[in-house]
Design a protein. Sequence first.
Length: 257
Amino acid sequence: MVNPDAAKPPRRIYVGGLPAGTTEAGLRQFINEVMIRTGAVAAAGFPIITCKVYSGKNYAFLEFRSVEEASNCMAFDGVVFNNSYLRVRRPNNYDYNVAVTLGFTEPNPVIDLNQLEIVRTVVQDTPNKLFIGGLPCEWTEDQVKDKLTPFGPLRAFNLVMDKQTGNSKGYAFCEYLYPELTDIVIDALNLTSVGTKTLTVKRAVTAQGQGQGSQALTHLPPTQVVSAVTGALSSQYRRLQQQATQALIGPSVSTLA
C-alpha cells in the first residue's frame, strides 16, 4: 500500500510565471474552468482541492483530487492567464515510479487545446529549435517575443533567466508553429544589431534533414507567408541600411574611443 505522504506529490502541480496581483481564488477559478471546458476533468465537479499562491515569488502549488487530473493539468503549460504565459511543472519531489502506480502520468490526448492560446515554456529538442543569443540582459520576455513574432506564431519559447539577478542570461530558445519559418528567421535575424549587441540566431539542435525549412512555403497559410516574408525583408533592409550608413560616415564615435 502506498504511503499517504508519498501519494501527495503526484497530485500536486507547480505553476510559475504568475502575473502580479494573482489571488488564490482567481488562479483556482481559472484552472478549474479551463480544465472543465477542455475536457481535462476525470469526474464531475472542480478538480482542484487546494491552491497556495506565493505572491512574492510569483508561483503557486495546486493540489488535485486525482493523479489523472494533475497529469492532465500538465497539458496547459504556456496557457495565457491575465496576459502572462504560465509555466506548469511537476514539483521537485515528484516520483514517477510512485505516480505510475496511482494513475495516468501523461495528459489525456483527447483534451481540446485548440480553443486556448498556448505558447509552451519548454522548447523540445527538435531540428527546428532555435537558439537566440546576444540579447540585452535587461530585455523581458515580451521584448524578445516582439522581435520574433513578426515572422509568425510561436509553438514554444523560453528566455533563460538568472535567478540571482532576476534578469535574463542574454539568450533564449524558441520553436515556430510552422517549421518552414526556421530558416527565414535565421537568415533575417542572425548577426543583426540590437543596441550595442549582435544577435546569434541558429539551430540549437543538429540533426539529419537540417535546412529543409528553407524549402518552398507551400505549407504555410497565405497570410503567414506574407507575414514571414515581410518580416525577413524588413530585417534585411535595416541591416543593409546600417551597413550603408557606416560606409558613408565611417566608424562610430564609440569605436574610435
